[in-house]
Design a protein around this ligand. Structure first.
Ligand code: GLU
Length: 509
């Protein structure tokens, strides 16, 4: 490639970011970084009716969380550069001249139909489309005289500019994933390019901006494939096809059963996140949970997304970002949709928790525990994380797995011990307390030895005493090795918990 690679993610700020959107970001980012190119984020906010407060902020926070920082965007890079501004609403004045150029060349026309007139046509014709079949029945610069058009324009009559789709032409392009793709132009309607308020529609703005921003490759979701013929024609009419970026339409992310595109509703229905981070709808205050808040590490989220529709041709599943950048290539992106599997997503997270150095987890876990009203002892936190991290697939699992180290359990699963409880065991634990009190070296090995010796002296199988001890220290049947727990709890706290549970057991027997 001789031109510097420049790719773009072009979101419309309309709400939370779906994992498919983040995967589009990721593939753009990986491709750009692989070729030492630029990754640009352009905010496509020309449809003011769909604008949602806070959505742009959310997009940039999400990218920062994922470690996918743009080189250029309304918030990155030089805002005085020849490519700025990066918000389409701030570029409004740029587009009109291109619409006029298209009209002058006969590739577009003015349309003066009012919404009432269009409504009437929709009632009259089933599945009405403004296209080659109907355009000559409408009020536009193709049907009105030149003078009439001039007068309407002079009087500031509201109007739009529409593309004049040619009849029966084959529109072809090569997609980097799908190969040769072709459309018949007659199947595409005369899309609006410039609206009555002179704001461009997406179709015009995307082409003009990809051109002006020197975009070399345009990667986007498969749902944009039907718009491609309009974009190809606009490229041909305005800038010549040789300047056009190379296209790639990324495969959809499918529902777990493979039946259609994964939607936010599927997540709600099946109990898993679909958005990257929590999204709070500013109108309803409804919260949609994100992967971040559900307990995903960004490294795991990104790794999992990379594998939805791509692999490096080997069986490798766990990739560092640097490896993804090195190995990513469009040739290995699949044509077919990728089924989303939440269990597999969690597996990635578990693997990443294991691989992440404990020190790097401590801040996140500290905050998490604090938000659950547990104040972790900072001197013990890393030791605890190290001990329980293998048991956690989500960061949120650390709450259950580590709270009891810092706060005595609120409840103890006495019912799990009671059926086999007897006076002999009671005496054993009373003796154990005395032995523990005398111990000089409080570490898991010496605790275990002491415990086992005492069990054998009392002729009780240690196995029968382990569950009671676990319940006494943890409250329930979970957690790492019980003597490691006792070691971290320390002598005083261990004895206190045993005494407390013994009391509970005697008061209920
Ligand atoms: N603004 C479009 C979107 O919201 C961008 C599609 C494209 O990349 O061309 O996804």
């Amino acid at each position: 490639m001789n031109k510097k690679v420049r790719v773009r993610f072009a979101p419309s700020p309309t709400g939370g970011l779906h994992l498919g959107g983040v995967r589009t970001v990721l593939f753009n980012y990986l491709f750009a970084k692989h070729f030492d190119g630029d990754f640009i984020v352009r905010i496509e906010d020309t449809d003011q009716s769909r604008f949602v407060e806070g959505a742009e902020d959310y997009i940039f926070k999400t990218l920062a969380w994922c470690g996918l920082e743009p080189d250029e965007s309304p918030r990155h890079g030089d805002q005085q550069s020849k490519y700025a501004p990066y918000r389409q609403s701030e570029r409004k004045s740029i587009y009109k001249k291109y619409a006029e150029e298209l009209i002058a060349k006969g590739f577009a026309y003015y349309a003066f139909d009012t919404s009432t007139e269009l409504e009437a046509k929709r009632k009259e014709i089933n599945n009405f489309q403004y296209n080659h079949a109907t355009r000559l029945q409408m009020k536009n610069s193709l049907t009105l005289s030149k003078d009439a058009v001039e007068k309407l324009l002079k009087d500031n009559t509201p109007h739009v500019v529409r593309i004049n789709m040619p009849l029966n032409e084959e529109i072809k392009f090569t997609d980097m994933i799908r190969g040769e793709v072709s459309f018949n132009s007659s199947q595409v309607d005369d899309k609006v390019l410039l609206k009555a308020d002179e704001m461009p529609t997406y179709h015009l703005a995307v082409v003009v901006d990809d051109y002006l921003m020197n975009i070399t490759h345009a990667f986007r979701g498969e749902e944009w494939l039907p718009s491609a013929p309009v974009h190809i024609l606009l490229w041909q009419y305005l800038f010549g096809l040789e300047n056009m970026p190379q296209w790639a339409h990324l495969p959809l992310i499918l529902k777990p059963d493979g039946n259609g595109k994964l939607s936010k509703r599927d997540g709600d229905r099946l109990g898993f996140p679909v958005f990257a981070m929590d999204w709070v709808d500013p109108k309803t205050n409804e919260i949609t949970t994100g992967f971040k808040e559900r307990g995903f590490l960004p490294e795991a989220f990104v790794n999992m997304l990379a594998m939805l529709g791509w692999n490096d041709g080997t069986d490798q599943e766990i990739f560092l970002m640097s490896e993804l950048i090195e190995k990513f290539s469009m040739e290995h992106v699949h044509k077919n949709g990728a089924k989303f599997d939440y269990e597999k997503a969690k597996w990635y997270n578990g693997e990443w928790i294991k691989r992440t150095p404990t020190y790097n987890l401590r801040f996140a876990i500290y905050d998490l525990l604090k938000s659950n009203e547990i104040i972790p002892d900072e001197n013990k936190l890393e030791q605890v994380i190290e001990l329980v991290k293998d048991r956690c697939t989500l960061l949120t699992d650390f709450v259950q797995q580590s709270s009891f180290f810092f706060k005595s359990p609120e409840t103890f699963d006495i019912a799990a011990i009671q059926p086999k409880w007897n006076e002999q065991k009671n005496l054993f634990f009373l003796e154990l307390i005395r032995e523990f009190e005398l111990m000089q070296f409080w570490n898991h090995d010496s605790l275990e030895n002491e415990f086992k010796e005492l069990a054998s002296a009392n002729q009780i199988k240690p196995g029968e005493l382990m569950l009671p001890l676990r319940i006494m220290l943890v409250g329930g049947k979970f957690g790492p090795h019980v003597f490691n727990i006792a070691e971290i709890l320390g002598k005083e706290e261990t004895i206190k918990r045993i005494q407390h549970t013994l009391k509970l057991l005697t008061s209920t027997t």
